[in-house]
Design a protein around this ligand. Sequence first.
Ligand SMILES: [Zn+2]
Length: 116
Amino acid sequence: MQGFHQVPRSDGGSCDFCTAQPIRKFYSCRNFKWHAQNVFPGGSAGAWAACAECAELVDAERWAVLTERSLREFLINHSITQGDVTRLREQFRQIHELFRQYRIPETQACGLSQTD
Ligand SMILES: [Zn+2]
């Protein structure tokens, strides 16, 4: 199996959930590993960028909807087989679950400085 390594990468310009533009909001998040790779290679924490729609879903904790949105946007930009869609949905679901666990609540994020 070829596995999609959909590690979110902050390029500073597009949503880390669905790749849409522009960015509305950043979420502080502690580092975690996905497929043996650090999501934030540079440090112990980083920022996840979210577009307006994804930020709304995160704030409302509508994770299942967020996963479907990410998947839908991904499929628009990539052509993959039906079997891969199922696998990809599961990967997005897992990443969003990890993001939910490692996210730093905004009330605690005040003292963090961004090091990019
Ligand atoms: Zn988005």
